[in-house]
Design a protein. Sequence first.
Length: 214
Amino acid sequence: MIENSETAPTQMASRFRGFLPVVIDVETGGFNADTDALLELAAVTLRFNEEGDIEPEESLSYHVIPFDGANIEPASLEVNGIDPYHPLRPARTEHDVLSHLFKPIRQAMKSAGCKRAVLVGHNAHFDLGFLNAAIARTGIKRSPFHPFSVFDTATLGGVALGQTVLRRAATAAGIRWDTEAAHSARYDTERTAELFCTIVNRFRPIYESIPKDA
C-alpha cells in the first residue's frame, strides 16, 4: 500500500523524530545569558540531497544591538574581535533579528513536516541559553525551537572523532579550518553545520540498518 504523500513523513522528519535540526552559533559579551550582551547570531538550515545525505542549505547571520543595560566583558571582545558600537556595524535589535530568523525556520519546518526545530551547536546549551534569554527579553511568542533539547557537536565529535574542540573536530573530519576567520558567528556556524552533517552521514549505514518498526 502506498502512503498518501500528504501524510507520509519526509526524510528529515523521519530521521530526527519530527525535529528539524538548525545550526546556531552566537557571539556574546560574556558567559551569562541573562546579563551579558548577545552580539552576533548565525544560523544554517539543513536539507537532504538526492543521494540521501544531509547537507547545509541556507546561511543567515546578524549583528545584534546590545540590549539596554547589557554587560560586555572586554575579555570577550578580545576573543571575538567585535566592536559593538562601531558606526558602520549593520546591527539590528534582538526583536528584529529573532523575527527575521524565525520566519524561514518556520517555513522550513512546514516544508519538512517537522513539529519543532532543535538547535544544533558546539557546546549547544551555551547557544540555547542566549537564544532563550533573547526570546524572553523580546517577548516573542511561539519560538520554533525546542526549549531545552539540543544536538551538541562537542559530544558528537567526541564520540565519532575523538575530538571535542570545534577546530580539532572539524580538522579530524577533513573540514578545512581558517583560524583567522574563526570566532565570527557565521564562520563557526557554517563549520559546525559541516561537522554535524559529516557525522550524521557517516552514521547513515548504522541508521539504515535499524528496523524502522523497532
